[in-house]
Write a protein that binds this ligand. Structure first.
Ligand code: SF4
Ligand code: SF4
Length: 344
């Protein structure tokens, strides 16, 4: 089944704008203490739908080839074993980025004679792989941002979790490490690492950051991940990538249009300007919200009023802040206003 950007206006092709080249020699990094073991997921609910997310849309995310190892059929057979062993009543959906046409074709050939699995070839436009959008496009179901999809019988798994469930649950091998993508202008090079769980960010970045360069570190990307300043933080299973961005000491005009330079959410040097009513933020929002409206309510001191305009639908993708030429921190304002509702 060919599905493109149905039901999904806005968004941005980050992979086209910021193509990253990654060194394909995989560095092994061990923890200084006993590594933690992958915790096999326990499901309290009946799972009816399993979406395998093979559609990364962020340039800094772990690419599919790291797990598939160019042996796609082997991976699909692993999915089949997982389905038989753990989810025999569930239907499976492979959401694959359309750019990887060989993987899509092999998936279609594999799924051709099977009635428990379907293949979706999706645009890699960010944030196509967000759970809210993925669930809507693949299953036609509405879930809210932050809601646990398992409550609806839906499980979304990335390829690394699939392969580890197989290794630990079926092959009976303990897994205590995972693959991570390391990238960004603050590093000597972009690379994939294989790291023991429980290793600190500090140890991972040792000898990898460019010398004499001020930098900022983001876990799971600068758009919807989180910035960290405490590098003793340890790697757990939820960490897919680490981005290290050089902090420039000069202003960058229209940084979001500079290809090859991941500088867009950095630079804390007072670049914030007035809203110029360009509407870029409204146009790029993938869930059809009006971030500029929230911003203007906020600066007028009407935080509660801002929440009235469907703000709860915001999936915190960060695109409005990313695209704003005035570098206004729209996403941060939205998160602050949404939190007001939780405390009432
Ligand atoms: S962070 Fe929210 S408001 Fe901003 S573009 Fe994303 S979904 Fe829209
Ligand atoms: S992108 Fe920024 S400057 Fe443009 S309308 Fe939105 S808030 Fe205003």
């Amino acid at each position: 089944m060919k599905k493109d950007t149905m039901g999904f206006k806005g968004g941005f092709h980050l992979l086209d704008a910021y193509p990253l080249s990654v060194c394909n020699i995989i560095d092994e990094i061990s923890s200084d203490s006993t590594p933690e073991t992958f915790q096999f997921p326990v499901f309290g609910q009946t799972i009816k739908h399993v979406i395998v997310n093979l559609c990364p849309t962020e340039p800094w995310a772990l690419p599919n080839w790291v797990i598939l190892k160019h042996k796609t059929i082997v991976f699909f057979n692993i999915i089949k074993e997982i389905q038989k062993t753990y989810f025999s009543d569930a239907r499976f959906y492979l959401a694959i980025t359309e750019k990887e046409d060989r993987v899509v074709e092999e998936a279609r050939n594999f799924a051709g004679g099977e009635d428990w699995i379907r293949v979706f070839s999706l645009s890699a436009k960010y944030p196509q792989d967000d759970p809210v959008i993925l669930t809507k496009i693949v299953l036609g179901m509405d879930v809210n941002f932050g809601q646990d999809t398992k409550l609806f019988g839906i499980l979304i798994l990335d390829p690394q979790t699939i392969s580890t469930m197989h290794e630990q649950g079926i092959m009976r091998k303990d897994v205590n490490s995972r693959y991570l993508a390391l990238s960004g202008t603050g590093l000597r090079e972009n690379e994939i690492i294989h790291v023991e769980l429980g290793t600190s960010v500090e140890k991972i970045l040792k000898n990898k950051v460019r010398e004499a360069v001020p930098f900022r570190v983001f876990i799971n990307g600068p758009l919807r991940g989180k910035e960290i300043t405490d590098f003793s933080q340890k790697i757990d299973w939820s960490v897919n990538n680490i981005v290290v961005l050089e902090e420039k000491n000069r202003k960058a005009l229209f940084p979001m249009f500079k290809a090859d330079e991941l500088i867009f959410t950095t630079n804390l040097i007072g670049e914030s300007r007035r809203c110029v009513y360009c509407n870029f933020c409204d146009d790029i929002c993938p869930v059809d919200l009006e971030p500029a409206l929230y911003y203007h309510s906020y600066v007028r001191g009407e935080k509660h009023k801002a929440r009235l305009y469907n703000m709860g639908k915001c999936i915190e993708c960060g695109l409005c802040s990313f695209i704003c030429p005035s570098k206004l921190e729209l996403q941060k304002i939205i998160i602050e206003c949404k939190a007001l509702g939780k405390h009432e």
